[in-house]
Design a binder for this molecule. Structure first.
Ligand SMILES: Nc1ncnc2c1ncn2[C@@H]1O[C@H](COP(=O)(O)OP(=O)(O)O)[C@@H](O)[C@H]1O
Ligand SMILES: [Mg+2]
Length: 710
């Protein structure tokens, strides 16, 4: 047997010690006996074999005896061994899964994206200049995310994407983790997917190890150990990694001029540091920033994209951290020119908040609106109709749908789905979007009635800036996703004038008469043609923001925005939502003039000879401002404007006003008489009582099913 020789040699080696007769003689006597029970089998799986594994023996009888002597301990170590085996297996499986994750494709274009050339061009322009901090602003569901997905998923860009709708952070620790993981993935993907950039896996490791260090600290001291300085350090790490990225010149196969080292065309000469090598000003230039063009993979432009950015203050409670993060973004863009930053938001007040933090003056603003009428015609013909069963198509009329939903793509597709589900019988007024808009308006009107009534009785003077009307005690409360804590930081800035919020109350501070008045101004009844109301045109009335604030008080106006009745537009949208003709005038014509009826539905195409609406945008702005309602175009209206939140809200306003008109002849009587009459009408709705409780009862009874009967 193999064991024989070593055994004898061991014996020979141990014998001299014994023969020496030292003071350890008793101990020395043991080895000759103990070797019999020794084993070379490691105690635990995973332990290394002993060096003298050859010195073997009695088939592990030592273990056998120890198992017999202590069965409990043995069982315990067996269980532990099994557990660690399972852990190891799970870890291997997870690593395998992780390696298959498609990190680069999580940010993909929206399937079936409907081309919006003007908006795409606006975003491209913003990304083609020197790195900028861009705020993309537009009403909810207008297509901001879809647009950015379309542009940013192109090869020229590499995106760090944070969707705050599904943000994985609620405190500094999780914010740190979320940022760090994204940054790690960013450089990991770069090293894996772009030839020549393998070395950038070290940047990814940098983020990983910094995070692991933080995790250990959090484990030992709790989550409060993470401080703003840790976020700052992380941003610095990102800054230096990006700097390395731009200075890096990848190895070119078969090139005579390069070695495998990091050797940029200016990396050795220029010391690393801010602005030592700015980001190229366009994707094309980005690709040619290295010497041998064509051979080398193009350098992607990093874009730090935060979607639903107005939720940042709700997620990051510390103003100090918020400022640190935003300042770091400014450094990455304006100062070091390392990457682009895009914040997308549907909150008109977000930029007031950025202004308070001294960020706004460094930002570019892009305002996104709905599609133009011409675009919608194409959408209707090429996208919507083909998705409707042929037998049901005749029931769809372009003008009717456009009048209700304007250029809001998502409302068109939702309506089409509901229409098909309803078997081709779904008037617009039974569509869910109309019912929601209609209900919202009525709820606000009836809930504000008590303060309004008081107003009528007290005959107050018209509101001036600074005068604060007492908000309704029972007003239909405005939902705010912000917590009480963040309200302190953010909500008080949700007013353009910095005048503060309405006494910390969620009850809106506008009254019924104010709301009705606003609705009336936004929905001018269309003059009739041959006794018929003109169809097919959506009047795009707006109200200038600041004059209205002077008239009603800033709280009332801001609350209408917060209540999601109005949208606050800081600047004109990329695609103008007004109808224009070649002479740059507002162009309102009966539907029959430019649409062709084809079996009951309009099939008019965008004229290929006329330029797209967005081409005329710049020239037309002046003539558009105010011209519809006879307002001066001398720049008075150049400031922010208020429009109904969506086309369907405007449409619902018209319907609600018709009801009020029937009840109190609202349009044709003197304002003050109308106020009284309206108060009476609203009072009638509440069984002749204006007590708040009754109003609340009515409000709670106004469920969707009630409205559905309308
Ligand atoms: N260009 C487009 N093409 C096709 N569908 C669109 C387009 N823009 C918006 N949509 C539709 O509208 C929905 C909301 O768009 P989204 O980009 O999420 O809006 P936002 O980010 O402005 O809130 C999308 O899910 C999509 O169905
Ligand atoms: Mg979005």
């Amino acid at each position: 047997m193999e064991g024989t020789a070593p055994v004898s040699s061991t014996r020979q080696k141990t014998t001299p010690g014994r023969g020496a007769g030292s003071s350890r003689s008793r101990k020395a006597l043991v080895p000759p006996v103990a070797w019999i029970f020794r084993t070379n089998i490691p105690l635990r799986r995973g332990m290394p074999l002993p060096k003298n594994a050859q010195r073997r023996n009695f088939f592990g009888i030592g273990e056998v005896l120890s198992v017999l002597a202590n069965p409990g301990e043995t069982l315990k170590s067996l269980t532990e061994a099994r557990k660690s085996l399972e852990d190891a297996r799970r870890e291997i499986k997870e690593t395998k899964e992780r390696s298959q994750l498609r990190t680069t494709h999580t940010f993909a274009p929206l399937p079936g994206f409907f081309a919006r050339p003007a908006e795409v061009q606006a975003v491209e322009r913003a990304l083609s200049g020197t790195p900028s901090f861009t705020v993309l602003i537009g009403a909810s569901s207008v297509g901001k995310t879809a647009l950015l997905r379309e542009v940013l998923s192109r090869d020229a860009y590499h995106v760090l994407h944070f969707d705050l709708r599904i943000a994985g952070f609620a405190d500094l620790g999780s914010l740190y983790g979320s940022l760090s993981r994204q940054m790690e993935t960013y450089f990991e993907t770069l090293s894996e997917n772009v030839e020549g950039y393998e070395d950038f896996v070290k940047e990814a490791w940098g983020f990983k190890h910094d995070r692991l260090g933080m995790e250990k600290l959090v484990e030992a001291h709790g989550p409060n150990i993470v401080k703003t300085s840790d976020i700052a350090r992380l941003m610095e790490l990102f800054q230096s990694s990006l700097l390395r990225y731009w200075q890096f010149d990848p190895k070119v196969p078969d090139s005579t001029e390069t070695s495998g080292e990091v050797k940029g065309d200016d990396a050795p000469e220029r010391a690393p540091g801010p602005s030592s090598k700015p980001i190229p000003s366009s994707p094309e230039k980005a690709g040619s920033s290295n010497k041998s063009e064509g051979d080398r993979p193009k350098k992607k432009i990093p874009v730090f994209f935060i979607d639903e950015a107005h939720k940042l203050p709700a997620l990051i409670h510390s103003t100090e951290t918020m400022k640190c993060l935003l300042d770091a973004m400014l450094v990455l863009t304006k100062q070091d020119r390392l990457c682009h930053v895009i914040h997308a938001t549907s909150d008109g007040f977000y930029q007031s908040w950025l202004r308070k933090l001294n960020i706004m003056q460094h930002c570019k603003l892009i305002s996104i609106g709905d599609c133009s009428r011409e675009e919608m015609k194409v959408f209707f013909r090429e996208r919507l109709l083909p998705s409707i069963p042929e037998t049901m198509r005749n029931g769809l009329d372009f003008d009717t749908i456009y009048e209700a939903f304007g250029g809001k793509l998502v409302h068109w597709t939702d309506y089409a789905t509901d229409y098909v589900n309803a078997g081709g019988d779904l008037p617009v007024k039974r569509s869910s979007h109309f019912i929601q808009a209609y209900t919202l308006l009525h709820l606000h009107l009836v809930n504000s009635v008590d303060s309004d009534f008081a107003t009528v009785e007290e005959k107050p003077k018209p509101k001036r800036r600074g005068s604060s009307r007492k908000p309704s005690k029972h007003g239909f409360q405005i939902y705010s996703p912000l917590t009480a804590e963040t309200m302190v930081n953010y909500d008080e800035t949700r007013s353009v004038s910095d005048a503060g919020s309405s006494e910390g109350s969620n009850a809106p501070s506008f009254t019924t008469s104010q709301l009705l008045d606003i609705m009336r101004r936004l929905v001018v009844p269309l003059p009739s043609v041959n006794g018929h109301e003109r169809a097919g045109r959506n009047r795009h009335e707006y109200i200038p923001y600041f004059p209205l604030c002077r008239e009603l008080g800033v709280h009332a106006v801001d609350d209408m925005v917060r209540a999601r009745i109005l949208e606050l537009r800081w600047m004109d949208t990329v695609t103008p939502e007004w109808e224009v003709d070649d002479a740059n005038n507002i162009h309102i014509t009966p539907a029959s003039e430019d649409t062709h009826s084809d079996g009951g539905h309009a099939a008019a195409a965008a004229s290929s000879s006329s330029p797209p609406a967005w081409h005329t945008h710049l020239q037309v702005q002046d003539s558009v401002l105010g011209s519809e309602s006879g307002r001066p175009t001398n720049g008075v209206d150049a400031g922010p404007k208020l429009v109904p939140l969506t086309p369907i809200v405007r449409f619902a306003m018209r319907e609600v006003l018709k009801e009020y008109e029937m009840e109190c002849d609202y349009f044709f009587v003197d304002r003050e008489v109308a106020d009284t009459a309206r108060g009476r009408a609203a009072g009638g709705k509440t069984s002749g009582s204006v007590k708040g409780d009754d109003v609340s009862d009515y409000a709670s009874a106004a469920s969707l099913s009630d409205v559905y009967e309308y």
